[in-house]
Each structure stands twice: as structure tokens, then as C-alpha cells.
Unconditional design. Structure first.
Length: 295
């Protein structure tokens, strides 16, 4: 491979060896770093990191882009967006018909089981448009840092449904993905916000044996069944000025888990409304805490 076609080489003298390095270098020297992506050099880069499947798709995609009549500037934009989307996530359909995105870290050795996070979105992200979900953390975090050290599973709730109606499908998705991907079943974590926060409590109560920890954000569960979480570490988040889901719902659940001799941690944001999840998911300590939990 000639140097000028190697996406790891930058005219600034920087060399990127990982996805994070590539993105960081691109941010430091935007025109220099983005040049390789815009020119379509990501195909050779994908081969370099062993993603031959994506490299072949990239080649087909670029050929299609040049045959659709779009301007060169638009083609470059499409290529860059395609790269960032596809290197981070794959879009799948479960055997029960539930669509989901999945991120598998690139940096784990072969045959090593990987800690996994199941993320449940809120009511506003229902439907079939994944772009709404991609704006939310932790999906956005992965888009910015594809070396995020968890497998991230992001199902999308159907338009006219609620997660509480989909608990069986979510259980099936966990079982299915555990067969298909190198998931560490002893470090499988569950999180969600708003409607997804409700579902995180309810799914955790229904199948406590599956989860090494729960992270519900601004959602309530069934305090009468909280005893089932006595062996499941919980870290719950809520904004005290939430106008949609009363903070009392989270406090009630945390108190119920603690009353059952469970381990429940609570973080309240005094000046925050409904969106407490952005702060919660951008808390580095949260991910360190998750890594310490296991069945």
C-alpha cells in the first residue's frame, strides 16, 4: 500500500493507529484528517483493521454514489457520513422482528467476551428512524468514540407501542444476541431513559438473573417487586425538576431496593428537568462502576 493512500498517514506528521486516534487527529487537523475520508481512502483503512466485510460494502457504496448524479461535494459528504455510521454500528432485525443497532468494539482480541450494554430509548424515539436515536447518548458517545469498550445493543420500539409491551421481545433479543456476538453474559448491563427507564426497572425485575447492573434514568418501576433486585446493583439518575416523570418514582424504587437489602445508588440533579440522561451517560465514573460489576 502506497503511503499516499494510507489513511493512517497525515501530512501534519501524525499517525493514527486506532479509530479513536483517527477521529482525534481529524479534530486536531480537520482538513488534513478529513481528506482521507472524503477521498474514499477508508476502503483501504477498513481492510487494514480487518473489516473486510465493510470494505467491500464501502467499494459498492462509493460506486453507487458516483453513478447517482450527485455533485462531488455531496458525494464526499455521503462518504464521510457512511463511514462514521458503519464503522460504529450495524443495523439488524431480530427473529421476532425488532430492529436494533449494535456496536462491537474493534480493539478486543479475538475470542474474548466483551461487557455489554442494552440501551432502551424514550417514547420520542419510537418508529423506524434510527437517526433520532443516534442523537442520544450513549449512541452519540459511540459515534464519537468507536473504541467504546462495551458492546452496545440499541433496539427501537415500534411506533405505536411501548417498551412495557415489548418485554418478551427484549428478552428474546438478549438471548439471540448472546448467541451471535461475543457477549460476556456475566457483565450484561441494562440502561434506559424515560420510557426506557421504566422498562429498565421492569425488565430488570422480570429477569434479574440476566443483568449484572441496572442504570435507570428518570423512570419508575414496580416497588412491590423491587425485592427481586436485591442482588442486582443499581445506579439510578433523575432530575429534581422533571415535569414529566416525578422524581419520587425513582426515589421510591431506590428505597424499595434498599429495603430489600439491595445495593442501590442514587444521583439527583437539583436543577435538571426531564433530560437527566445526557449528564448521566457522560459521567466517566458510571462506566468504571459498570466494569466493576458482574454476576
Amino acid at each position: 500500500m502506497q503511503t499516499k493512500y494510507n489513511p493512517f498517514y497525515f501530512q501534519s506528521g501524525n499517525v493514527a493507529s486506532t479509530v479513536s486516534d483517527l477521529i482525534a487527529t481529524s479534530h486536531e487537523v480537520p482538513y488534513d484528517g478529513a481528506y482521507h475520508l472524503a477521498e474514499g481512502h477508508f476502503e483501504s483503512w477498513l481492510y487494514y483493521i480487518g473489516r473486510h466485510d465493510l470494505a467491500k460494502i464501502a467499494n459498492i457504496a462509493v460506486n453507487m454514489m458516483f453513478s447517482n448524479g450527485s455533485s462531488e461535494a455531496e458525494n464526499r459528504k455521503i462518504r464521510l457520513n457512511w463511514f462514521l455510521d458503519n464503522i460504529c454500528f450495524d443495523r439488524k432485525l431480530s427473529h421476532k422482528g425488532l430492529e436494533y443497532l449494535i456496536h462491537v468494539p474493534l480493539q478486543y482480541p479475538d475470542h474474548q467476551e466483551i461487557p455489554t450494554l442494552l440501551f432502551l430509548h424514550g417514547a420520542g424515539e419510537r418508529g423506524s428512524d434510527f437517526s433520532k436515536i443516534k442523537k442520544q447518548a450513549p449512541v452519540d458517545i459511540v459515534s464519537r468514540d468507536p473504541d467504546f469498550p462495551f458492546i452496545l445493543i440499541v433496539p427501537q420500539c415500534p411506533e405505536n407501542s411501548y417498551w412495557r409491551r415489548q418485554l418478551d421481545h427484549l428478552h428474546d433479543l438478549i438471548i439471540e444476541t448472546s448467541r451471535l456476538y461475543p457477549i460476556d453474559k456475566k457483565r450484561f448491563f441494562l440502561t434506559g431513559f424515560s420510557m426506557g427507564g421504566n422498562a429498565a426497572w421492569l425488565l430488570g425485575e422480570e429477569y434479574p438473573e440476566l443483568f449484572a447492573a441496572l442504570v435507570p434514568c428518570c423512570g419508575g418501576g414496580d416497588p412491590g417487586r423491587a425485592y427481586r433486585l436485591k442482588n442486582t446493583p443499581v445506579w439510578a439518575f433523575h432530575g429534581e425538576k422533571d415535569p414529566l416523570v416525578p422524581v419520587s418514582q425513582t426515589i421510591e424504587m431506590v428505597d424499595a431496593v434498599r429495603a430489600s437489602q439491595g445495593n442501590a445508588r442514587l444521583t439527583l440533579y437539583p436543577e435538571t428537568g426531564h433530560d437527566c440522561w445526557t449528564q448521566a451517560y457522560h459521567t466517566p465514573e458510571l462506566y468504571r462502576w459498570l466494569m466493576e460489576q458482574h454476576l
